[in-house]
Design a protein around this ligand. Structure first.
Ligand SMILES: Cc1cc2nc3c(=O)[nH]c(=O)nc-3n(C[C@H](O)[C@H](O)[C@H](O)COP(=O)(O)OP(=O)(O)OC[C@H]3O[C@@H](n4cnc5c(N)ncnc54)[C@H](O)[C@@H]3O)c2cc1C
Length: 418
């Protein structure tokens, strides 16, 4: 029997690919239904791949090995697979979604395909331990499984896929069982931490701007290296969130772990240069249209009102004071933060707010043709457990589907060759 732990994105692909070749597959899932994390993806719309397949979006210490895996089951293979199980797909600005934009349809189609292929799925079953037993016939994996409300028992599998994901996500069944178990089995696992996650920053008065949304450009400075993103962010009571922030978070995570200082520079008028922004502010000073206004009124229109008030406070500007009385150096300070507010990044938000995990099983530990762990024949690892974290935009699901498919096919082949 082939055992698969986790009925998520990669586990379902592995089960289907192996079962299509006639293998007997049992999936163990501690939730009461399949694909709970999958249902939450893309705000319930399931962004399942991306048109831009550049290496840089599959972030890893071994990007060539990640590419070698993806060559075995490419973006087009993912899209064809879904079309084949009744999920037409469409591309919106480079992001691939199911035509109906419903993650629930993706989960239904995957579940139905497993049912058609007689894959056995055991729900409400928590795998709590794995023992690798070597005998003269080869390796057997003894799983300690605990059914809800029941006692623990042992189930044996000839081959095993660890498809149980990482700790990212909120109440979706996620855990770090896979990482802990692999370490216990002697498989190296690099430090894992939340990724695609909001950042905690140090500025005063965070409550005053919480909830403000803005289009910005961001520059994350980690030691000597800079990373840039543009897009909509939201200010929060702990710091800063939004897709561009999440895209940068894995670099912040790595740098903070290395003990480097991490700073985030926010340009609040992203289409204008520093000089242009300064001019937008300072030129108001001598403009007759503004002489009868107070400072808040004179500086309105550049950024949302709450943000302007907050910047004024930092620049020492009293919003109620006549604009004509505001000192030029205060306006210079206001303009300078408008074009480049520098925040110190203190940390990452917890796993509950993360979409994925960075770190995990180094790709040097697996055979990229099969996803089998080199040191433990018969044990396969897929998805988020591997040290690849994709950027926002469908890369993590594509990675999960690809690694699941590669493992499932390889399992079917070893069975045929046995
Ligand atoms: C809110 C949110 C939105 C996201 N949106 C996107 C998106 O739009 N596009 C994208 O590409 N990626 C997205 N992701 C990331 C993506 O969902 C994951 O990268 C992907 O699901 C990982 O697949 P996996 O198979 O490794 O793990 P999972 O899909 O997490 O599956 C693991 C399964 O194993 C089960 N399990 C865990 N431990 C045990 C155990 N001990 N016993 C039994 N069962 C166990 C879990 O319940 C789970 O069902 C999002 C993530 C989140 C949290």
């Amino acid at each position: 029997m082939i055992g698969i732990i986790g009925c998520g994105a990669s586990g379902m692909l592995a089960a289907i690919m192996a079962a299509r070749e006639g293998a007997s597959v049992t999936v163990f899932e501690h939730n009461d239904r399949p694909g709970r994390k999958l249902l939450a993806t893309g705000n319930g719309r399931c962004n399942l791949a991306n048109e831009d397949q550049s290496e840089e979006w599959f972030r890893s210490d071994m990007p060539e090995t990640a590419q070698a895996v993806l060559r075995h089951f490419s973006k087009n293979d993912v899209l064809d697979f879904f079309r084949g199980i009744g999920i037409p797909v469409r591309c919106k600005r480079g992001y691939w979604y199911p035509q109906c934009e419903q993650a629930s349809a993706v989960v239904t189609a995957l579940s139905e395909e497993m049912r058609r292929l007689n894959v056995r799925v055991m729900y409400n079953v928590d795998v709590t331990r794995i023992d690798v037993v070597k005998d003269t016939d080869g390796t057997v994996f003894n799983l300690t499984v605990k059914e809800q409300g029941g006692a623990s028992r042992t189930v044996s599998a000839d081959k095993l896929v660890l498809a149980c994901g990482g700790p990212a996500g909120d109440r979706l069944g996620q855990s770090d069982f896979g990482f802990r178990t692999l370490r216990a089995l002697g498989v190296p696992v690099t430090r894992y931490q939340p990724a695609l996650v909001p950042l905690e920053t140090d500025q005063d008065g965070k409550k005053d701007i919480a909830g403000v949304r803005m289009e910005v450009s961001l520059t994350l400075a980690c030691g000597d290296t800079e990373y840039r993103e543009k897009g909509e962010i939201v200010w929060t009571e702990y710091g800063i969130s939004g897709i561009p922030v999440m895209q940068l978070s894995r670099f912040a995570a790595k740098a903070l772990t290395a003990g480097d200082a991490v700073a985030l520079k926010v340009c609040m008028i992203p289409d204008a240069g520093e000089d242009e922004i300064r001019e937008m502010v300072i030129s108001r000073k001598g403009n007759p249209a503004f002489t009868s206004r107070n400072a808040a009124e004179a500086l309105c229109g550049l950024v949302p009102g709450k943000m302007s008030q907050w910047l004024m406070k930092r620049a020492g500007i009293d919003p109620a004071e006549p604009f004509t009385g505001i000192a030029k150096e205060c306006l210079e300070r206001y303009a300078s933060e408008l074009s480049g507010l520098v925040l110190t990044v203190k940390g990452l938000r917890p796993y509950a707010q993360a979409q994925t995990t960075c770190g995990g099983v180094p790709l040097s530990e697996i055979n990229p043709d099969t996803m089998e762990i080199k040191s433990i024949p018969g044990l396969y690892v897929t998805g988020e457990l591997l040290d690849v974290d994709g950027a926002c935009g469908g890369y993590n699901l594509q990675w999960a589907f690809a690694t699941g498919a590669v493992a499932g096919r390889a399992l079917a082949n070893t069975r045929r060759n046995a």
